[in-house]
Design a binder for this molecule. Structure first.
Ligand code: DGY
Length: 348
C-alpha cells in the first residue's frame, strides 16, 4: 500500500542548479521543493522543508547531521552533494540510517588541478602585490628593474634544474596537478599518503615511467615539509587532517618555498601560516580555501599578508565543470531515490 509521497517522492534542492535544472524540473515522478534564492540555503528553511523528503541535494555549506535527519523523518533515503568533499555530511549517521550518499568526484579533477598550478605561479611570482599595484595606478613607480618583484621560479632552469614538488595527499587532483607540472621540467615529486593507505608501488612505478620522473617517493610529513619547493595541500578535510600544516610543519619548510591549498581550509592552521609568511619562514602561499570561510574579512591575518594570494573557493568554478558536477549530483539523487545506480556513491 503506497502513499502519495511514496509514488511521487519529495526532494529538496538547496540551490538552483542553472542549466542542469531543466532535467530535474521536467520530471513528473518527483515532487521538487527548491530553495528560491541564489545564496546558501537558510537552515530554518531547510529544516522546515525537508520534512517528509526522500531525497535532498545539498552544497558544501549545508550540514547533513542529526538535526537535519530528525527534521526530515524516516523517509529520507538519499543525500546528494554537489561537491567532491563530504565533511559536511555525517557519514556514520547516514550508514546507521541506511541513507545513500552521492558526491561528485572525477568531474572536477582537471579544473582544480588547473587552479592549483595557477596559485603556485601567482604565489611564487608575487602576484598579490604586483596586481594590486597595477590596479591602484602604481605601475609608474615601478619601472622595470633587475630584481624588483622577483620570486622563486616554478619551472626548472639550466642553472636550477631540480625543483621538488610535494603533495600532502596524492589522489586524483594531486596526480593531475603533477601531470601539468611535468612540462615545467619537474623531475622530483614527493608525497604523503593517508596513514590508513598502503603505498601503491604499481601505480607509482607507472606514474614515474609515464612522466619520466627521477624521483617519485612516498615520504613522511617531515621530509615533505623539508624537501618541497612547492607544496600542494590536496587531502580531504575532517578530523584526521585537521591542522596537519601547523607552525611546526611550516618551520621546517624551505625559506623560498610556496604552499598551495586547494582542498580544505581546515588542513592549514591560518594563524601559523600568517606568522610563517610574516616572519619569512616560507616565500608565499596561494589559497583557494581558508579555515572559517566564507566569513573572511579584510581583518583576517592571511588577507593582510602581502605574500598570500587568495581566491574565494573557486577551484572547480568553470562552466564545464560546474555543469558536470550539477548533472552528476542530480543523477546521484535520482539513482538513490528510485533504488537504482548512483554514478558516484560514497563508499562504493
Ligand atoms: C568540492 O567539490 O568539494 C570543492 O571543494 C568545491 O568544488
Amino acid at each position: 500500500h503506497l502513499s502519495a509521497g511514496d509514488v511521487r517522492p519529495k526532494v529538496v534542492i538547496c540551490r538552483h542548479l542553472g542549466p542542469a535544472m531543466p532535467s530535474l524540473l521536467e520530471r513528473n515522478d518527483i515532487d521538487i521543493v527548491l530553495w528560491p534564492e541564489d545564496r546558501t540555503c537558510e537552515r530554518a528553511w531547510l529544516l522546515e522543508n525537508v520534512k517528509g523528503a526522500a531525497g535532498v541535494l545539498v552544497l558544501l555549506g549545508d550540514r547533513v547531521n542529526e538535526e537535519l535527519l530528525e527534521a526530515a523523518g524516516p523517509k529520507l533515503r538519499v543525500v546528494s552533494t554537489m561537491s567532491v568533499g563530504y565533511e559536511h555530511i555525517d557519514l556514520p549517521l547516514m550508514a546507521k540510517h541506511n541513507i545513500r550518499v552521492g558526491y561528485t568526484p572525477d568531474v572536477l579533477t582537471e579544473a582544480v588541478a588547473d587552479i592549483s598550478v595557477m596559485l603556485a605561479l601567482m604565489a611564487g611570482r608575487n602576484d598579490g602585490v604586483a596586481y594590486s599595484i597595477v590596479k591602484n595606478g602604481g605601475w609608474s613607480s615601478f619601472a622595470w628593474s633587475p630584481f624588483t618583484f622577483c620570486g622563486p621560479q616554478l619551472s626548472a632552469t639550466a642553472s636550477s634544474p631540480t625543483r621538488t614538488v610535494g603533495f600532502l595527499g596524492f589522489g586524483r587532483i594531486a596526480q593531475a596537478t603533477l601531470a601539468r607540472l611535468v612540462p615545467f621540467g619537474i623531475t622530483h615529486c614527493i608525497y604523503t599518503g593517508s596513514p590508513n593507505s598502503r603505498p601503491d608501488t604499481t601505480r607509482d612505478a607507472a606514474l614515474q615511467a609515464k612522466h619520466n620522473l627521477k624521483v617519485l617517493e612516498r615520504v613522511d610529513a617531515d621530509r615533505l615539509a623539508r624537501e618541497s619547493d612547492v607544496l600542494f595541500v590536496l587531502t580531504p578535510g575532517g578530523q584526521e587532517t585537521y591542522h596537519l600544516v601547523d607552525a611546526a610543519f611550516l618551520k621546517k619548510m624551505k625559506k623560498m618555498s610556496v604552499l598551495v591549498n586547494t582542498s580544505r581550509g581546515s588542513v592549514v592552521d591560518s594563524d601559523a601560516l600568517a606568522t610563517a609568511l610574516r616572519e619569512k619562514w616560507i616565500w608565499g602561499a596561494g589559497l583557494d580555501v581558508v579555515e572559517g570561510e566564507p566569513a573572511i574579512s579584510t581583518d583576517h591575518p592571511l588577507v593582510k599578508e602581502p605574500q598570500c594570494v587568495m581566491v574565494p573557493h573557486i577551484g572547480s568554478a568553470t562552466f564545464q565543470t560546474r555543469l558536470d558536477m550539477a548533472t552528476r549530483a542530480i543523477d546521484n539523487l535520482i539513482g538513490g531515490l528510485f533504488g537504482g545506480e548512483m554514478p558516484a556513491e560514497v563508499g562504493k
